[in-house]
Design a protein around this ligand. Structure first.
Ligand code: APR
Length: 271
């Protein structure tokens, strides 16, 4: 297998190779993580804590300073302190609503369109809960970790409409059941939505190109998807400014920001 890990000066060449791989692929699976939304000013998951502490103008910062988001993302945290957890997720939800899709999101929607136009298959598996891929025009988005825009009763699972601005109480209450609402995201220790994982397994088993973008590849099962794709014989591309635990299994590494690299990649695809 050809190793094309690039230094900065070979990025252009690696992008050209990636363009060829995309043009020639029959079935593409893209996996995204929070790095894709970093250029939309949504802090990556593991940076969120730092961003909150640094942001002195933000009234939430004092409240959040002592909390690690990773410890808030559990059912146990919600059971222990539903007010704190729902405040945190509502703060994130409003940030996501304010954000706009960036050039990376838009480029992925364009790659999907072009792949479909030439009869290829394209599936976007995302660990992001922010809805920005859909807003950028991506058609087939599988939300592996759910959505921060969809909340449900913590007891019955019944979904309900939520306001476009902040909730009035924390935790917010389901209008019919009166029980606390929880965000429709997958917390640590919870199972992924069965439909999403089924689609992921199915498409990975038959893909011939796998592209990992903006994920640290430390959270399973998504971190293991590359190995399933390789077992299916797929070539692999990674877009990330930094190396990750999967970088050793990558054929073409594009070391840069997705909002910068992906638009250049689209140019290489031609019209
Ligand atoms: N373009 C591309 N990649 C970027 C950019 C950028 N502009 N900025 C940062 N990155 C990369 C970082 O180098 C890092 O590898 O994005 C990755 C972000 O990693 P994490 O913060 O760990 O986010 P993610 O991989 O999405 O986390 C996975 O963990 O806690 C769970 O549910 C949460 O979905 C999340 C999952």
């Amino acid at each position: 297998m050809k190793d094309t890990r690039n230094s900065d000066d070979s990025l252009e060449k690696a992008i050209a190779l990636a363009g060829e791989a995309i043009r020639g692929a029959r079935s593409i699976v893209v996996l995204t993580g929070s790095g894709v939304s970093a250029e939309s000013a949504i802090p990556t998951f593991r940076e969120a804590h730092e961003a909150l502490v640094d942001d002195e103008g933000n009234t939430m910062s004092a409240l959040w300073a002592e909390f690690d988001p990773q410890t808030l993302a559990t059912p146990e945290a919600f059971d222990r302190d539903p007010e704190m957890v729902t405040r945190w997720y509502d703060w994130r939800r409003l940030k996501c609503l304010e954000a706009e899709p960036n050039q990376g999101h838009l480029a992925l929607a364009e790659i999907e369109r072009r792949t479909r136009d030439r009869g290829g298959a394209f599936t976007l598996l995302t660990q992001n809960v922010d809805g920005l891929h859909q807003r950028a025009g991506s058609g087939r988005v599988i939300e592996l970790h759910g959505s921060i825009m969809s909340w449900r009763c913590s007891r019955t699972g019944r979904r309900t409409e939520i306001p476009g601005d902040a909730f009035e109480t924390y935790p917010p209450l389901h209008p019919e059941t009166g029980d606390p609402l929880r965000p429709g995201v997958v917390w640590f220790g919870e199972a992924l939505p069965p439909d999403a994982i089924d689609t992921a397994m199915h498409t990975l088993a038959s893909c011939d190109l796998f592209v990992s973008i903006g994920t640290s590849s430390v959270v399973y099962p998504a971190a293991g998807f590359i190995h399933l794709a390789r077992e299916a014989g797929a070539r692999t591309i990674e877009v990330n400014p930094d190396a990750t635990p999967i970088s050793g299994a990558i054929d073409i590494a594009l070391r840069g920001k997705s909002g910068e690299v992906l638009p250049v990649l689209v140019e290489k695809l031609g019209s």
